[in-house]
Design a protein around this ligand. Structure first.
Ligand SMILES: Cc1cc2nc3c(=O)[nH]c(=O)nc-3n(C[C@H](O)[C@H](O)[C@H](O)COP(=O)(O)O)c2cc1C
Length: 186
């Protein structure tokens, strides 16, 4: 699959099954993530890979964090939260590291992570896997960030659910380019 085809055919997949990418495919995808554009070469990102028991542990972290902010959380909701990380055989936690450089505004570090995650997702897609980028309130919860070992200068930029698509990829209609990209002539 060439680069243009990979970009145009990638879609997010909410239902992801085994197998997760093997070690070679995952290393290749990370190698692509590490080629993200990066102002002043700060390397403002790092990743955690969660599989198997670690996914179940993340579910417990989600429940504990949600109970801390809402002690009335009922068991049905707790079970939904507990099962959330089990929607894929592997999760990549994408972390932005807010390194200081006087020439690099903070938002550029987040933009670099966005580019890196897109590289990762495209590389997975090109190798026959699928993924979905998720965040939500739990990505910004201090208890969740602590449990995953994030430092004060780090942002949890995404839970990237990764696996093999278990449904047909969604058909996407291309957007009209001229609505979004226009010439500017001063
Ligand atoms: C930073 C970021 C966070 C996202 N968080 C969520 C999320 O928590 N839940 C969700 O359903 N979609 C989330 N999305 C959107 C999906 O990952 C996906 O991009 C969207 O459903 C469009 O599908 P497509 O990638 O196939 O075009 C997020 C996307 C981005 C870029």
């Amino acid at each position: 699959m060439d680069a243009i085809e990979a970009i145009l055919t990638r879609t997010s997949q909410g239902k992801l099954a085994e197998p997760a990418p093997d070690q070679d495919a995952l290393q290749r995808a990370f190698a692509c993530a590490l080629r993200a554009p990066d102002h002043r070469v700060l390397r403002p990102w790092r990743y955690l890979v969660l599989r198997g028991a670690a996914l179940a542990k993340l579910g417990e972290v989600f429940v504990a964090a949600s109970r801390a902010s809402n002690p009335a959380l009922d068991e049905q909701e707790a079970e939904r939260l507990r099962r959330m990380p089990l929607r894929a055989p592997l999760i990549v936690v994408a972390i932005t590291v807010h390194k200081y450089d006087p020439k690099v505004p903070n938002e550029e570090l987040l933009l670099s992570t966005g580019a890196a995650v897109q590289n990762l997702m495209l590389a997975l897609h090109a190798q026959g896997y699928a993924s979905m980028w998720r965040t939500g309130p739990l990505a910004h919860d201090e208890q969740v960030k602590d449990a995953l070992g994030l430092a004060d200068n780090e942002t949890l930029s995404g839970f990237i659910y990764v696996g093999t698509p278990s449904t047909e990829p969604r058909k996407v209609s291309p957007l009209p380019v001229h609505d979004y990209a226009k010439d500017w002539e001063g």
